[in-house]
Design a protein around this ligand. Structure first.
Ligand code: AMP
Length: 279
């Protein structure tokens, strides 16, 4: 595996590889787990060269403590990527990505007025800044994102349309721990008791799925919130049942073709998100 920190060196190498291979790109913030690796293996399956990036993007953290606490495990990540057969890793410093402050403001209409966008002001603007910058640098044919960050996928797709980028966005399913907890770099920050209780998040969503179509949406939502909040260490920040195409809440099962339940939960200072398709 080749490792680059400098944009110019990475681009020189990619310009050679691009001649006869498609470039697949997996942007990450490191602290890698099986969820990230599923994106790498999907890229390897359909692209000639797989590039992963590791960059903890300050611009997308609206909470400074969350940025400070975010796990950084670069040496281990490099080993994991090497073992996974990743071809190239790009691990830039902050000055390389932002030689100057990125002042761009994106307009995502209503897509970022709800859920993560509502509770993490500025988050998606920071995501769009870094992902557009990384797309510019890597110029991939395909880029791989996890369904785990459901709203992020909508934002990235919208951004590529707005910027007229030719990159294809490939969405990969959520990878879960054995007990159902969605894998996340933040899981390693949970205490033992928080980790045990966190299983209730996916259980509440799975239960909601079994009730879908036959139970009113507001009841399903309220029950899922109650289920999670019954764990002493968990507090639901939001639980929304939404139209997958607009991300706006729906009140009835016939209001949208595809309906998802999306949730954010605080376990002490750690914030976890998850989602499930209900229709
Ligand atoms: P992050 O390092 O958290 O920015 O995540 C990098 C990419 O991995 C994003 O596209 C995430 O959606 C994806 N990802 C994170 N966790 C999972 C998971 N449990 N299953 C699938 N994809 C994931």
């Amino acid at each position: 595996m080749e490792k680059y920190e400098k944009i110019s060196e990475l681009q020189l190498r990619l310009s050679e590889l691009r001649k006869d291979k498609t470039i697949g790109f997996v942007p990450t913030m490191g602290a890698l787990h099986q969820g990230h690796l599923s994106l790498i293996s999907r890229s390897k399956a359909i692209c000639g060269t797989t590039v992963a990036s590791i960059f903890v993007n300050p611009a997308q953290f609206n909470d400074k403590d969350d940025y400070r606490r975010y796990p950084r495990t670069l040496d281990k990540d490099l080993e994991i990527l090497e073992n996974a057969g990743c071809d190239i890793v790009f691990a830039p410093g902050e000055k390389e990505i932002y030689p100057e402050k990125d002042k761009r403001i994106f307009d995502f209409g209503n897509l970022d007025k709800v859920m993560e966008g509502k509770f993490r002001p500025g988050h998606f603007n920071g995501v769009a800044q870094v992902v557009s910058r990384l797309f510019d640098i890597v110029n991939p044919d395909k880029a791989f994102f996890g369904q785990k960050d459901f709203q992020q996928v909508s934002i990235i797709k919208n951004m590529t349309l707005q910027l007229n980028l030719s990159v294809e966005i490939v969405v990969c399913p959520i990878i879960r721990e054995q007990d159902g907890l969605a894998m996340s770099s933040r899981n390693m920050l949970l205490s033992d008791s928080q980790r045990k209780e966190a299983v209730n998040i996916s259980q509440a969503l799975l239960h909601a799925k079994t009730q879908a179509a036959v139970t009113p949406i507001s009841e399903i939502r309220d029950e899922a919130v109650r289920w999670i909040n019954s764990s002493p260490e968990l507090r639901v920040e939001y639980m929304e049942i939404i139209d997958a195409s607009t991300l706006q809440p729906v009140a009835g099962w016939d209001e949208a073709e595809e309906i998802f339940a999306c949730v954010a939960v605080h376990a002490g200072k750690i914030r976890l998100i998850d989602n499930i398709q209900l229709k």
